[in-house]
Design a protein around this ligand. Sequence first.
Ligand code: HEM
Length: 243
Amino acid sequence: MPAWTSARPIEARSRVAVASTRPPAASSLAQPSRRAVAVVRALVFAAALLPLLRLVALGYADALSANPVEFVTRSTGTWTLVMLCLTLSVTPLRRLLGWPWLLRLRRMLGLYAFFYGTLHFTTWLWLDQWFDLSSMISDVVERPFVTVGFTAFVLMLPLAATSTQSMMRRLGRRWQELHRLVYAIAVLGVLHFWWHKAGKNDLSEPIVYAGVVAVLLGFRALWPLTRRAPTSGSARQAPLERE
Ligand code: HEM
């Protein structure tokens, strides 16, 4: 399911799908109360704000290193990638643990990825390029790693714009197809990071992110192969599990 930003309707449907393939949940972790899910959502929301608060605190203390623009660009870029990975990890975790409620976190995490991506892009646009259009165009055209990052960000725009329940309903099946773009965005994000660090001869971090994204996307590709052929009863539900 490519729904990196949506939550409720798919969650409701996937409950049916999970229920059909698993015994009734014995643990309260699999089916927590509404209140418990609301608490987890609030905690995740607050935790995802911490990288921004840290930057604000460091800025306030004049402790953003000798090159604050580079520091902020790198920090927001890193958190964009982290949020993308977390968004992509919701479905594998939901399937492996049998916790359908995890889907309630996906839209928030996806929007946080977009939020940090926007901060990252804005830092470049404003503090690095000073809104100089010709300088921006040459940077995007002349530095391949910026071209790739820019492409990834542009691809995020339609996903953020269609992240609401109403857009999901209006687009129907096309919504799922559109939101498959998140896979391309994650790959481009890693490529952007990789290219950036390759110029500095230090691939230690990009290798880790590349591995994480490969595992998360590989899981999606291989998961259907681990399932038995659907019976006539579950055949109707199979597409609901697909991403
Ligand atoms: C999905 C979108 C994006 C992701 C995931 C992303 C991620 C990253 C990451 C992880 C870094 C390196 C951080 C480090 O060195 O520790 C980085 C650096 C950078 N990114 Fe992005 N980025 C994205 C989009 C963009 C866009 C749209 C631009 C500008 C058009 C951009 C411009 C840069 C620049 C200039 C740097 C180098 C900063 C420096 O070392 O001075 N990125 N990005």
